[in-house]
Design a protein around this ligand. Sequence first.
Ligand code: SF4
Length: 297
Amino acid sequence: MNITGIVYRPPYEANSLLLQVTLGCSHNKCTFCYMYPNVPFTVCPMKQIEADIEEAARVCPNVERVFLEHGDAFVLSADRLSQIAEAIHRKLPKVKTIAMYASIQNIKQKTDSELRRLCDLGIGGLDIGVESGLDAALTYMNKGHTAKEAREQLLRLTKAGITYSFNAILGCGGAELWQENADATAALINAVQPHLLFIGTLHAQPGCKLYEDMKSGIFKECTVGQLLDEQERLISLLELEDTIYFGSHPSNIVSMQAALPKHKEEMLEVVRETRKSLQDRLDEYPVRGGEGSILNR
Ligand code: SF4
């Protein structure tokens, strides 16, 4: 089975079958994104998808979860997604969930009944880069949605029965708006009560606008201390009923996985302990390697 271009997938999709249905990202203009430079967005022909499913049925017939590639496969019409899901279930009968990256705009383009139909076909576990609840940050990051739209569309997903991961980025508001970013993002997360909260930290690599803006000072990055303060503030404001906190992205200063609300106090303690251990480096900026990994942790 061939996949064209660099393959990105969420860490928790490590055991899923990766099936390419699109190439690139239909939006492809987030300020911080370096995933698909110069990759024109393309929808894969159904024949190719069916051939890949046939091959998967020979190679891994017992697979239970499929992750559709690339950057926002949920952009496909409900009819095309239904066609793909039906083809998967025909050849891979043990598949329970068909997950993929999705944007807020992708959800907006589908009706309630289409969302319910997709849920009935096993589509769920969407991985959604909401990034922030602060409109100023969303505008600068060029996400293509507002906080209000994110709230409305995520609630529609939940109503349709589709589960998802709410991806948020610490540091999205920069050094000037880290408190506002924590407050607004916590308020949005509380309003939608995601099943999974995936936390990363803002970083930039050559090839994206943010990298140039950080270099020229147009965007002021958070210091180590500000990132820890933002994370503590965000966690302390979360009022969640039953959410998995997945914070093991290499870009995070504090790497942790926990359940909320159960582990809230322990999580806050871990952030405070980390701040103490980094006391003489709080004014530094994180030194980063590949995928934003922190080298001066
Ligand atoms: S939606 Fe995702 S893949 Fe597309 S440009 Fe934004 S961050 Fe990159």
